[in-house]
Ligand binder design. Structure first.
Ligand code: NAG
Ligand code: NAG
Ligand code: NAG
Length: 484
């Protein structure tokens, strides 16, 4: 009996378990299997190997399934070989800023000082990485003599698919809803319509925004957290709680089995999970995330520390794709991953069952660079094989990467120009990593088909610390395995 005499349903099941090279080999055997692979094989592969990416989300649906698989395969291979193009996205800014990044399917926005820099994604053709060009800048300071208004937080929110609306928070406490107005003139100033929205009392400013589906979570520096449904017209759909610590970062997760908000603060228990029930944020945490050692100590013996970075886990993590996995970046330089589903067993183990309060959780995985205890300032997940964690650190513009399948084999990269700066904000897509230092935004691109037209042009300035090899798109960066 030959393989091709099997019923189609069975053959489809067989295809499901195959990798890219196996599908290619199978498609080369005969007409029937070739058309099976093209009809079912590539689509099945894409379904079980998701590679979420904002920058590619509007282009990919127009590509053939085989082309999408090829893009992902070439990207995954480039990640395995540390083969990427490193580029600053702009010349350094004046002074030392604390910028933040926001991304949507059409744009990357860098908010630095009083200015939004809008980089738009473009289409260079089927199977090629999208281009990135500076669409324009928008300054919240209109006259040169006006004092600067530092932006402390920015996030895209839903706007009916126009994909141009952000919430922007300022150090003076104000919050504005800003709609960028597209301009035909590349790289020039763009205009925006601005609406002032209610802010926190007493000039308390927003340190972090987190947006999910239709809801916005705002976390103030002193620890007020507000959850509001931007689609709902009545105020009753919003709720506010006090986290009661100097606060840094928030993560809103509405698509998990129990919706929750996670908060990173400076305290003896710097990460708490607060459940959301009937759209209301609960003031009582359901879980507290501890270090391995901390979970065994009485709370009054814990040292004060801080968590500055929060993210969902990469989709292809060993725990499966779940919104119940939280990745956290700590002051002690360790990235700790927690499984909120594992709550029951940990509480028994730690002997805190008599306590009816929040469940103490220990990490399911801890990642660190044994040669560096630099605080982690930002974390984001995705990358090659959808299994990477990126962490921006406090000094030397270093970003550390780990593949969660091989957690002991991390590596780090010093950003182009080697700015003596933290990496304040990071975004990891499937083929691209975006980061920003006090001086400039930069990209590491692992995708195929990169050309000189992919990136904004950079004019050379003497003494900016950048080195570019002749004929290469990439600027020199130092890549160091953590084991070295
Ligand atoms: C803006 O931020 C910079 C750098 O963090 C700081 O030096 C400057 O004083 C800030 N300006 C205002 C008006 O807060
Ligand atoms: C937000 O409000 C809209 C309109 O009332 C509603 O349809 C939607 O389900 C709400 N979203 C959440 C997360 O509760
Ligand atoms: C969240 O869940 C809704 C409905 O269950 C789904 O349509 C949406 O794509 C999910 N969003 C994300 C970001 O997973």
């Amino acid at each position: 009996m030959s393989l091709t005499t099997l019923p189609t349903d069975i053959l489809i099941l067989v295809l499901e378990g195959l990798g890219v090279l196996e599908l290619i080999a199978l498609s080369s055997t005969c007409h029937k299997l070739h058309s099976m692979v093209y009809e079912f094989g590539w689509v099945g592969y894409l379904r079980s190997n998701p590679r979420p990416s904002y920058g590619l989300s509007s282009l990919r649906p127009k590509w053939s399934p085989r082309c999408r698989v090829q893009y992902d395969y070439l990207t995954d291979t480039a990640w395995e070989k540390f083969n990427f193009v490193a580029r600053p996205l702009s010349r350094p800014w004046q002074g030392k800023l604390q910028p933040t990044l926001a991304i949507s399917p059409s744009r990357l926005v860098v908010a630095a000082g009083s200015t939004l820099y809008s980089y738009k994604f473009g289409n260079l053709g089927e199977g090629l990485s999208p281009s990135i060009h500076l669409e324009g800048t928008f300054s919240f300071v209109e006259e040169p003599h006006e004092p600067s208004r530092n932006i402390t937080g920015a996030t895209f929110v839903q706007d009916g698919g126009r994909d141009r609306t952000l919430y922007v928070a300022f150090q003076d406490g104000a919050i504005e809803r800003v709609m960028l107005i597209a301009s035909e003139l590349n790289g020039k100033t763009i205009s925006a319509t601005r609406t002032i929205v209610p802010s926190f009392p007493n000039f308390d400013f927003v340190e972090s925004f987190s947006f999910d589906r239709d809801s916005l979570l705002s976390l103030s520096s002193t620890g007020l957290a507000k959850l509001e449904n931007l689609s709902a017209s009545d105020e009753s759909s919003s709720s506010m709680i006090e986290v009661k610590s100097r606060s840094w970062v928030s993560l809103l997760s509405l698509n998990s089995s129990t919706p929750y908000a996670a908060f990173g603060t400076s305290s003896t228990t710097p990460v708490a999970i607060h459940p959301i029930t009937n759209t209301q944020l609960s003031s009582v945490p359901s879980a507290i995330l501890y270090t391995d050692k901390g979970v065994t100590l009485p709370t009054d013996r814990l040292p004060s520390t801080a968590v500055y970075g929060l993210s969902h886990a990469p989709p292809s993590s060993p725990w499966g794709s779940s919104k119940e996995i939280v990745v956290t970046g700590w002051f002690d330089g360790v990235v700790r991953c927690y499984d909120l589903r594992s709550s029951t067993c940990t509480s028994l183990e730690s002997g805190r069952t008599q306590n009816p309060g929040p469940i103490p959780l220990r990490p399911v995985m801890s990642l660190s660079d044994k040669w560096s205890e630099e605080p982690i300032y930002s974390v984001s997940c995705g990358g090659g094989s959808s299994s990477h964690i990126a962490a921006g650190t406090a000094r030397h513009s270093v970003v550390s990467f780990w593949d969660v399948r091989y957690p002991k084999e991390g590596w780090k990269v010093y950003a182009p120009g080697n700015d003596p700066s933290p990496v304040y904000s990071v975004i990891l897509e499937s083929s691209r990593f975006f980061g920003v230092t006090q001086s400039r935004p930069f990209v590491y691109d692992f995708g195929p088909g990169l050309t000189a037209n992919t990136y904004p042009p950079l004019t050379h300035v003497r003494g900016d610390g950048l080195k570019q090899r002749r004929g290469s798109l990439s600027f020199s960066v130092m890549v160091v395995p953590h084991s070295h």
